[in-house]
Design a protein around this ligand. Sequence first.
Ligand SMILES: [Zn+2]
Ligand SMILES: [Zn+2]
Length: 115
Amino acid sequence: MKAGVIYPRCSVTKKEFGVALEEREQGGWTFVRAYQLGSSRSISQDDDTQYTGGLYRGPDYNGCPFCQGGIGLVLCGKCHQFSCYDKSGSFTCGHCGHHSQVEGTIEGFGGSGGN
Ligand SMILES: [Zn+2]
Ligand SMILES: [Zn+2]
C-alpha cells in the first residue's frame, strides 16, 4: 500500500497543514490524519503523485488543526490545491482565495472549476 502526503491550507486561517494519505485497494486515497507542520518542513510538495480516483475521509481523521469545522478536504477547481472544508456547501480556497460551491457528495473532494 502506498502512502502519500498533501499540504492543504486551512480555508479560515490560510495556514498550511499536512495530511497523511493511504492508497485504497479499491482505488483512490483515504486521508487518515491531519497534523500541524513544524517550522522546518523538508518534504517537497512537488512530487508527481497523482491523487486521482477520489479522496475518502478515514474513520479516524481528525480534521483541520486550525479550525473547528474543517473536517473534510476540498480540491480547488482553480488552483488544484487542497483546503480544509467544513461541509457547508461552499468553500474559500486557502491558497488562491477562490470561492466556490462544492459539488458532489464525496466527503472532502470536489469543488467546481473556475478557469
Ligand atoms: Zn481549517
Ligand atoms: Zn485555489
